[in-house]
Design a protein. Structure first.
Length: 104
């Protein structure tokens, strides 16, 4: 079943996708800046860089990072891990392997 989109529909879909990608990048930059600020201020106020070796220092980055990862999956889907054509390439690879195995 093939859907034919008008140029306006394609433009609106692309614009929505760009907006969601931009939203992810803004979220990522805020994540980096806020967590850097938290870690640096904690190191300076607690009297040393030993704070970087305490696991409690990483609670915010870890849990916020989990949320950021879900945001990334929502925006980019599984393509972020496996690539856009991974499934098709894997099918071709397995078919070629099967063809070689039956002829050898």
């Amino acid at each position: 079943m093939e859907t034919n989109y008008t140029e306006e529909q394609k433009y609106l879909r692309a614009k929505k996708k760009v907006k969601s990608i931009k939203g992810f990048y803004v979220h990522f930059m805020v994540y980096l800046l806020v967590n850097a600020f938290i870690l640096l201020s904690r190191a300076l106020s607690d009297g040393g860089w030993e704070v970087f070796w305490e696991w409690q220092s990483y609670n915010t980055p870890i849990f916020w990072g989990i949320g950021l990862a879900f945001h990334a999956f929502g925006v980019f889907g599984m393509d972020i891990i496996l690539g856009k054509n991974w499934e098709d390439n894997k099918i071709k690879e397995l078919m070629n392997k099967d063809k070689r195995d039956t002829w050898e």
